[in-house]
Write a protein that binds this ligand. Structure first.
Ligand code: BES
Ligand code: MN
Ligand code: ZN
Length: 498
């Protein structure tokens, strides 16, 4: 989808479809009023006849109106109250739902002009661009009969004021990069476990690095032999039961002075989580193909950052493995030694995410990071605590945690902090090793983060638990969401202003 900016009189705009909001207020304002005047009252007439009254969710397509150059006009209800992020997103999604299978190949949206609570033009346009892209996303790689490709190819964003052009263009650039990143994240997440293996992720990462070969991008893939030499006994304990070899994948992007410390993102890349010997129940287990969404997220963010050529240094690390039961699998009670030297009693082989992450987090130390954020579909308990709308945020540095929460608010991809008080740490005590890999029934999301905190003392660190937000479970909307690519890209965008 191509986006551009348009100004000028609505009457003379040539387009397949002009989209205009109608509120429930008595009098038409803004683009709706302008269009009504240009068409000698056709919008007022549609309202008077009861075909539309501005209620949210309503829409009306008008064809070949007199007095204007647009072929069609799509009127959409914006409701009684001021729009907010959520109602604005819904509006955009319903517009795209209508246009996707319609006749127009290009469209002019006047929706960035609508007031949205606490959002300036730039932020509204970001929401709009990302909303349009979201509405057009489809994943039908494995269908013999593909869904019809949307005819819609070009999307112009209209604004009355020529001075708006700069903000609009920046929002389009950022929104497109974030959507491109999130689409990659969604595609990788949606791939089945028999295709998306650790080896596949490594290939994808290398291919991504190649796409930016003009920039300073470096790719590194460690195989099991390399990891053994580094002492990554914890990560290797997870892949021990699988025929698929684990990979530790790193991409580094240098967008500024090589002496500037990089921001490091670490992704959980369990390409399928059966639970191992502590095997999961069968119902819904297919969704554990999504257990690599942390890895998919960091690749998506990397793509966004590299394509925007942000003047920061960024390193992503992916701990990729498949968690399977077999004769060679790790057993409950097994004790392993992590790269940090700490010994771990693996009481439950289904708490594998923290086992792969801890070694990747120790590995991160060598890049002398400004900060490290790990992203993981880590605990079912996070879905119980926060549901599927909000990412769990924890960390050892309040400033970093606050930056992530703020970025989430800005990007409308929100997180919420859970406490990492020391009192929780003792739930991980083991009678036989330095630490146990589970902390009992209580506060499962927090004790998982407590486990990671034992390996992140060398730098400012935060942890995003995306178990609830990374994909939509079951139902007709089943699929990866691309979250939290917007949150993290925003966080990194904010680093260049600071
Ligand atoms: N990948 C799962 C967490 C998960 C479960 C994410 C369901 C999304 C939906 C993780 O590896 C896991 O199995 N965690 C266990 C931890 C427990 C054994 C302490 C869990 O949440 O049950
Ligand atoms: Mn598990
Ligand atoms: Zn898992």
């Amino acid at each position: 989808m191509e986006f551009n900016v348009k100004h000028g009189a609505l009457a003379s705009i040539k387009t397949g479809c002009l989209v205009v909001g109608i509120s429930e207020a008595k009098t038409l304002t803004g683009p709706a009023a302008e269009l009504d005047a240009a068409t000698s009252g056709q919008l007022s007439a549609a309202i008077k006849s009861g075909d539309i009254n501005g209620k949210s969710g309503q829409s009306l397509m008008l064809f070949a109106l007199p007095g204007i150059s647009a072929q069609r006009v799509l009127l959409v209800g914006t409701g009684k109250e001021e729009l907010n992020d959520r109602s604005f997103r819904k509006l955009v999604s319903s517009v795209i739902g209508t246009l996707k299978n319609g006749g127009a190949t290009d469209v002019v949206l006047t929706l960035a002009d609508l007031p949205v609570k606490d959002r300036d033009l730039y932020a509204r346009t970001r929401l709009l661009v990302e909303g349009v892209r979201d509405g057009l996303y489809q994943f039908d790689q494995f269908k013999s009969k593909k869904a019809d490709k949307p005819r819609l190819k070009k999307c112009s964003l209209w604004s009355s004021d020529k001075n708006d052009a700069k903000a609009l263009k920046l929002a389009i650039t950022h929104g497109q990069a974030i959507s491109d990143g999130a689409s990659l994240t969604r595609d990788l997440g949606n791939l089945p476990g028999n295709i998306c293996t650790p080896t596949y992720l490594a290939k994808e990462a290398k291919a991504l690095a190649k796409q930016f070969s003009g920039a300073k991008v470096e790719a590194e893939v460690l195989d099991e032999k390399d990891m053994k030499a580094l002492g990554m006994g914890s990560l290797l304990a997870v892949s021990a039961g699988s025929a698929e070899p684990a990979k530790l994948i790193r991409l580094s992007y240098q967008g500024t002075d090589s002496k500037t410390k990089p921001h490091v993102l670490v992704g959980k890349g369990i390409t399928f989580d059966t639970g191992g010997i502590s095997i999961k129940p069968g119902a819904g287990m297919d969704e554990m193909k999504y257990d690599m969404c942390g890895a998919a997220t960091v690749l998506g963010v990397f793509k966004a950052v590299a394509s925007l050529e942000l003047p920061i240094n960024l390193t992503i690390i992916i701990a990729a493995a498949e968690n399977m039961p077999s004769g060679t699998a790790t057993k409950p009670g097994d004790i392993v030694t992590s790269m940090s030297g700490q010994t771990i009693e693996i009481l439950n082989t289904d708490a594998e995410g923290r086992l792969v992450l801890c070694d990747a987090l120790t590995y991160a130390e060598r890049f002398n990071p400004a900060s490290v954020v790990d992203i993981a579909t880590l605990t079912g308990a996070c879905i119980i605590a926060l549901g599927t709308k909000t990412t769990g945020v924890m960390g050892n540095n309040d400033e970093l945690v606050e930056q992530l929460l703020e970025a989430g608010r800005q990007a409308d991809d929100r997180g919420w902090q859970l406490p990492l008080f020391d009192e929780y740490q003792e739930q991980l005590d083991s009678p036989f090793a330095d630490i146990a890999n589970i902390g009992g029934r209580e506060a499962g999301t927090i004790t998982a983060a407590c486990f990671l905190s034992r390996f992140t003392k060398a730098y400012p660190w935060a942890h995003l638990d995306i178990a609830g937000t990374a994909w939509i479970s079951g139902g007709k909307d089943k699929g990866a969401t691309g979250r939290p690519v917007p949150l993290l890209t925003q966080y990194l965008l904010n680093q260049i202003q600071g």
